[in-house]
Design a protein. Structure first.
Length: 213
C-alpha cells in the first residue's frame, strides 16, 4: 500500500457492554422458597485478550469519482480481522476481536474546501472542549509530534480518560496535517492496560494513509 499522508480521528461512537441485573418474572425479582435448590456449577469465560494485529488490509473512501484520472479519495490499511462497526461517508469505526480496542479513521478533513480544515493544534483543542465535560474526564497528556516518518507531516496528539457505564476508557487522538490544515484524524479507545498495543495500531494506520486527487 502506498504511504504518502497521515491522518487521524474524532472521539465519538464508543462501545461498552452493560451488565444486566437479576432475571425478573412479571417485572419483579424471582421469589425465594424454603426449598434448597440443586447446586449448579457455573463457569466464567475469561475475557478474550487483545492481540496486536500482524497483517493489515486496504480501506478506502471516495471523494470524487473520476475514472479517467483515478478519482480522488483517501486510503488506509486497517487491521485484518477487525470488524467495521460503523461507517459514514468519510469515516469508519473498527473493533478488534477481543472487543477491547476501537479504532476510528476520519478523513473528512481531507476533502478540499471543508470547514474542518483547521490547524492540527486547533483541531485538538476543539476535541478537548467537546469531551472535557464527560463523566470521569481526566487529561493525561498533550504534545506536538514533529514532522517526519513516512508522511512527513506533524501532528497534535491528546491522550485522556473518561468513564462510560462504570468503565474507564482511555483515548489517544492524533490530528495530523501540514501548516494550517488538518488532513485527517485518527483515534483509538482502549483499557489503559492496552495503551502500548493500541497506539502501535494507531501508528501503523496513520503511516499508511494516503490522500489522492
Amino acid at each position: 500500500m502506498r504511504r504518502v499522508l497521515a491522518g487521524l480521528v474524532t472521539a465519538s461512537g464508543l462501545w461498552f457492554a452493560a451488565c444486566s441485573g437479576p432475571t425478573q418474572v412479571s417485572g419483579v425479582d424471582p421469589l425465594t422458597t424454603n426449598t434448597t435448590p440443586p447446586t449448579k456449577t457455573t463457569t466464567t469465560t475469561p475475557a478474550r485478550p487483545f492481540v496486536e494485529p500482524d497483517t493489515y488490509v486496504d480501506k478506502s473512501w471516495t471523494y470524487k469519482p473520476d475514472p479517467a484520472n483515478g478519482g480522488s479519495g483517501a486510503f488506509v490499511e486497517v487491521p485484518r480481522g477487525w470488524t467495521e462497526t460503523k461507517r459514514d461517508t468519510y469515516w469508519s469505526d473498527f473493533l478488534d476481536p477481543s472487543g477491547q480496542v476501537r479504532l476510528r479513521v476520519d478523513v473528512t478533513a481531507g476533502l478540499t474546501g471543508t470547514d474542518l480544515q483547521v490547524a492540527p493544534a486547533k483541531a485538538a483543542a476543539d476535541e478537548l472542549n467537546r469531551v472535557n465535560a464527560a463523566d470521569g474526564f481526566r487529561m493525561i497528556s498533550q504534545r506536538t509530534l514533529a514532522p517526519g516518518g513516512p508522511t512527513g507531516l506533524g501532528a497534535a496528539e491528546i491522550v485522556y480518560q473518561f468513564s462510560r457505564d462504570g468503565q474507564t476508557v482511555q483515548c489517544t487522538y492524533r490530528f495530523i496535517g501540514i501548516d494550517d490544515i488538518t488532513q485527517a484524524r485518527m483515534g483509538v479507545y482502549y483499557p489503559a492496560s492496552e495503551q502500548t498495543g493500541a497506539e502501535k495500531v494507531l501508528g501503523a494506520v496513520q503511516d499508511s494513509l494516503q490522500l489522492a486527487g
